[in-house]
Design a binder for this molecule. Structure first.
Ligand SMILES: Nc1ncnc2c1ncn2[C@@H]1O[C@H](COP(=O)(O)OP(=O)(O)O)[C@@H](O)[C@H]1O
Ligand SMILES: [Mg+2]
Length: 353
């Protein structure tokens, strides 16, 4: 059987594509298709936002989204407009209201360490999509570290993590579970000196996540908490788990589990113990593993109570290491495989979950 590639589709019908299905497409056709789509999208964006914003360039592309730069005409404020597209028109019709309600709840978060949602507009029909206007940020932390790790110190990363932790706390104060805390959803501001949390694409209100079993569990394999995998009731402590996992990866450039496939990774989150950092490099202090392993426990109640609490332990553990360069502990590895794509767990593990 061909391996399944999973693309995020945010509760509106999974887009799962077999590798073998992709092989027939020539690159040229894909490029032409992408250019035509980009052109159509720009026209749609201009029709929707042209009176208030001057549209700029395409600045990013996710599996189910495109992100454009734009400038607010009234005051020159720089924004990003994210178009989230859905594969299933029927699903979009029935689920639009809950998605909009969630995004409206996320819009309430107004904090210097969170990328704000400034506006939300939906289009139903052939061009179905939800458009979200966001504060425009600088690069995401995962990409920034990939390029600049040799110049960065542990102290620099700790400062960004402390800011990001405040952002996570602000989200939790508004009773929202982010559900997708990971390094490529952490951003730097445009001046590069402040950390931010972004991307509410699969977030839930605490009321939704805590009320009943989730119809669809979504998450990113390398970071998803075990109770989120099981799609039972869960709360903000899933974000604390994913935050600890993100810190592990940012510090060490390694995953906490050794899995070859998405399935192995998700099973490890549910049943295996993460590999302590000191087993990878003896120079890490024991207190660092103590801090991380506390929030990486399977039992949500045993974790740190908040993201800033975790960072406080981390800061104490690394107090003597702040001037050191991050690259002094570098292990290396390909982190792209399980870090960026959100999956619907049911599709990975089968309906038995
Ligand atoms: N608010 C923003 N400001 C600037 N760039 C952004 C913003 N949001 C997203 N991006 C860029 O767009 C890319 C795609 O983001 P996103 O749609 O969240 O996709 P994914 O999470 O699947 O990577 C990101 O990697 C980032 O480079
Ligand atoms: Mg993202």
């Amino acid at each position: 059987m061909g391996q399944l590639l999973f693309l995020p589709c945010n509760r509106l019908g999974i887009l799962s594509v077999r590798e073998s299905d992709c092989k027939g497409d020539s690159l040229k056709t894909q490029d032409e298709d992408a250019m035509a789509e980009t052109h159509d999208e720009l026209e749609q964006l201009n029709a929707l936002f042209g009176r208030e914003y001057r549209l700029g360039k395409l600045i990013g592309r996710g599996a189910m989204s495109t992100v454009w730069s734009a400038t607010r005409l009234s005051d020159g404020f720089e924004v990003a407009i994210k178009a989230q597209r859905y594969s299933d028109p029927e699903g979009m019709r029935t689920l639009l209201a809950p998605i909009e309600k969630r995004l409206e709840a996320c819009r309430e978060v107004d904090h210097p360490n969170v990328i704000r949602i400034l506006d939300i507009r939906s289009v139903i029909g052939d061009d179905r999509a939800i458009f979200v206007v966001l504060d425009r940020s600088g690069p995401d932390l995962e990409s920034w570290l990939r390029e600049h790790r040799p110049q960065l110190t542990i102290g620099w990363l700790l400062a960004r993590l402390a800011e990001i932790a405040e952002g996570i706390e602000a989200i939790h104060q508004k009773r929202i579970v982010h559900c997708d805390i990971k390094p490529n959803n952490f951003f730097l501001c445009q001046e590069l000196e402040r950390g931010l949390v972004g991307d509410f694409s699969i977030s839930l209100t605490e009321e939704e996540s805590g009320k009943h079993a989730q119809e669809d569990a979504w998450g990113t394999p390398a970071f998803v908490a075990p109770e989120q995998v099981l799609a039972t009731r869960f709360g903000t402590s899933v974000d604390i788990y994913s935050f600890a996992m993100s810190i592990y990866v940012l510090l060490s450039n390694e995953y906490a589990f050794e899995g070859k496939t998405v399935q192995e990774f998700i099973y490890s989150q549910m049943s295996a113990d993460p590999i302590p950092l000191r087993r990878r490099n003896r120079n890490w202090p024991t207190e660092l593993d103590d801090a991380l392993m506390k929030s990486l426990q399977k039992d949500p109640d045993a974790r740190h109570r908040s993201a800033p609490e975790l960072v406080a332990d981390l800061t104490r553990a690394l107090a003597a290491h702040t001037p050191l360069r991050l690259s002094s502990f570098l292990h290396g590895g390909d982190l792209s495989r399980f870090s960026s794509t959100e999956v619907r767990v049911r599709d990975v593990l089968g309906d038995s979950t």
